[in-house]
Design a protein around this ligand. Structure first.
Ligand SMILES: *Cc1c(COP(=O)(O)O)cnc(C)c1O
Ligand SMILES: [Zn+2]
Length: 430
């Protein structure tokens, strides 16, 4: 049996062993899911049964949906570290401040390496190990590399990482190095690193682990299925999330369309991808009704979405059409303000994730999303991934950014009388 890869441009099907990461026509590939076969293999009841099972092979929030990720994949080849099973939070104060009746946040920063990247990486690394890859490689703004390094360490495969010099947060770089990946800073931006990976993959020198690798989006589909499951299979009206290399936009579209085709979903949620204004190629293409595919020189504080030439563009356009999706953009001031406001409500995330909240605010203002719509925001990365930007904001040290919602940091002499006076002053403030 096994499975097939499918070209999204010309529809050609491949035996996986015989193919690289692109079709001969240049098109991106999907793992082919046979809808009729899936209808006989999976059901909502089956997924619910598995979610109750905490045994090692079933504790993953990814592999619970195995038949719809890589059909017939060998269980013994799975490299898993309990990824997924991230929580869904009610955030009533934030909902109120946005003018929404209700809002939920699914926090993918709760994955083992601190970002959603683990969902695709468990699948892609499992496959690479099964194929006996000698060295796996990725370009990264930090989270892909941290995740790849973690899974590579788990199965003892060599990992090589290209990162843009000076543009990766310390936390992410530290993780990548500590988990043992060979880490190379490139004098260029993410798009330069990505091009090197694509060229290396084309020549067979590198086994690419970026989301062009169809096993990555295949795993990321489970963010949506797990979300639906947590909502007792009642779909939200909107799913709002940051959009950089467009892996999630692509994967979310596939997840929704496949579930719909199998008959597991009655109504499709709409996707809303949020870009940083300084890294907005997909937004520009969207505004041209996809007449043009834009690339930009990317610059934003939200480094995880600092991408000017997203490789998943064709997959994401397809996903947008399937889900009647939208794209919006927000500037760095809006992103950092949204981050500060969200965190004052007791839920934190890295800047790119908070861009989604800023984008939601904009879509509400434009009346694209309505106040009584059922909305879920996907937080993609953990708050501690980028503490530099958080501290810089709260201490007013980001050039060009007005720290409107800054918290406070004081200095005091080391005596109890200084502290006593300080507390007295604080209490008088209200
Ligand atoms: C990778 C990443 C993104 C961008 O996701 P894409 O699927 O490439 O659009 C957003 N936020 C965080 C925290 C990420 O790590
Ligand atoms: Zn093709």
């Amino acid at each position: 049996m096994g499975f097939l890869l499918n070209c999204i441009e010309c529809g050609k099907q491949y035996e996986p062993a015989a193919s690289g990461y692109l079709c001969g026509c240049g098109g991106l590939l999907d793992i082919y899911i046979d809808i009729d076969q899936a209808k006989t293999q999976v059901s909502l009841e089956k997924f619910d049964e598995r979610a109750k099972n905490s045994s090692p092979g079933r504790s993953s929030g990814v592999w619970r949906y195995k038949e719809l990720i890589v059909p017939d994949f060998d269980d013994d080849a799975i490299v898993s570290i309990h990824e997924g099973n991230t929580r869904l939070y009610d955030v009533p104060q934030l909902a109120k401040s946005l003018g929404l009746d209700a809002l939920q946040i699914k926090h993918e920063g709760e994955n083992p390496s601190g970002s959603f990247k683990d969902r695709g990486m468990t699948v892609a690394v499992s496959r690479a190990c099964q194929q006996g890859a000698k060295i796996i490689a990725c370009a990264s703004t930090g989270n892909t590399s941290a995740s790849m390094a973690l899974y590579a360490a788990r199965c003892g495969i060599k990992a090589l990482v290209l990162v843009p010099e000076g543009k990766v947060s310390k936390g992410k770089l530290a993780q990548t190095i500590a988990y043992g990946a060979i880490t190379i800073e490139i004098e260029g931006d993410f798009d330069d690193c990505m091009k090197m990976i694509m060229d290396g993959a084309q020549s067979g020198m590198i086994y690419p682990m970026n989301s062009v690798n169809p096993f990555r989006p295949a795993g990321q589909k489970t963010i949506i299925w797990e979300l639906l499951q947590q909502k007792n299979w009642n779909p939200p009206d909107w799913i709002v999330f940051p959009a950089g290399n467009l892996g999630n936009y692509s994967a979310f579209g596939l997840a929704i369309q496949e579930f719909y085709d199998i008959g597991l979903l009655k109504k499709k949620p709409r996707l809303a991808g949020v870009q940083a204004a300084g890294a907005n190629p997909f937004y520009k293409s969207y505004c041209s009704q996809f007449e043009n595919r834009y690339t930009v020189q990317a610059e934003t504080l939200a480094t995880a979405i600092r991408i000017g030439n997203p490789v998943n563009y064709p997959r994401a356009v397809r996903a947008l059409k399937w889900t009647d999706g939208v794209v919006t953009e927000v500037d760095d001031q809006e992103i950092m303000d949204a981050k500060a406001q969200v965190e004052r409500g007791g839920i934190g995330a890295e800047p790119s994730s908070c861009a989604a909240v800023a984008g939601l605010r904009r879509l509400l203002k434009e009346n694209i999303i309505k106040s009584d719509d059922n909305v879920v925001v996907i937080f993609t990365g953990h708050m501690l991934k980028d503490s530099e930007s958080t501290l810089s904001y709260h201490t007013g040290k980001i050039p060009g950014i007005d720290s409107r919602y800054a918290g406070k940091l004081y200095k005091l002499k080391p005596t109890i009388s200084h502290l006593g006076k300080f507390i007295e002053n604080e209490l008088e403030k209200n």
